[in-house]
Design a binder for this molecule. Structure first.
Ligand SMILES: [Zn+2]
Length: 197
């Protein structure tokens, strides 16, 4: 599979719709290849195993389109949110920021799924689905508290460009993500914990 250049030092295998599979991002650090989300396609797992170098996998969250192929992937280390780690036999939980040179992993407050993790590399922030809504009673919704916390985290990080999975184009300015999310947050009502979108 051909890696597509996305950003200096970052390549990607784009998301698929069949089987539904999130984008897989690659960042190389010497002999180490950081892989952000492995997707849900066995062919993708086989291709991943053929990439030379020590693979360190980061899972943005537990949904199958982001990590379904993991059992087939040969990785030296897997990092994931605490909730995702409960579902996996062997993974390192990201419960506080972790730094590896110019890569930082940290928990991301999210309405989309429990235990989301973001990866910052230089000016780029990989969010997976973490900035998307979740489901409440069959409707798309943000949890007000999680959304407020997410806005704080996004404002605090130094990166100015975000990658939101499954999206074209993949890269979007953090300002745009912030103004979109702030617009939803501004509609909050003290009588409800959810913001339907
Ligand atoms: Zn998801």
């Amino acid at each position: 599979m051909e890696e597509i250049a996305l950003y200096p030092g970052v390549t990607v295998w784009p998301a698929l719709s069949s089987p539904l599979s999130a984008d897989t991002f690659f960042i190389r650090q010497g002999e180490t290849v950081w892989v952000f989300d492995v997707g849900n396609d066995p062919r993708r797992a086989r291709a991943l195993n053929e990439i030379p170098g020590e693979k360190r996998v980061v899972l943005s969250h537990f949904h199958a389109d982001h990590m379904g192929a993991l059992p087939l992937v040969e990785a030296s280390e897997v990092y994931a949110g605490a909730f995702t780690c409960k579902k996996l036999k062997r993974a390192t939980p990201v419960t506080a920021p972790l730094s590896f040179g110019d890569i930082q992993l940290f928990p991301l407050p999210s309405s989309h799924a429990k235990g989301c993790v973001a990866l910052q590399y230089k000016d780029l922030l990989l969010l997976g689905d973490g900035a998307y809504a979740g489901q409440k009673g069959g409707r798309a919704a943000y949890n007000t508290g999680q959304l407020g916390a997410l806005l704080q985290v996004l404002r605090r990080v130094s990166a100015t460009t975000c990658c939101l999975s499954h999206r074209t184009p993949l890269m979007v300015g953090k300002d745009r993500v912030l103004s979109f999310l702030q617009g939803i947050y501004d509609r909050r009502d003290k009588n409800s914990s959810y913001l339907f979108v």
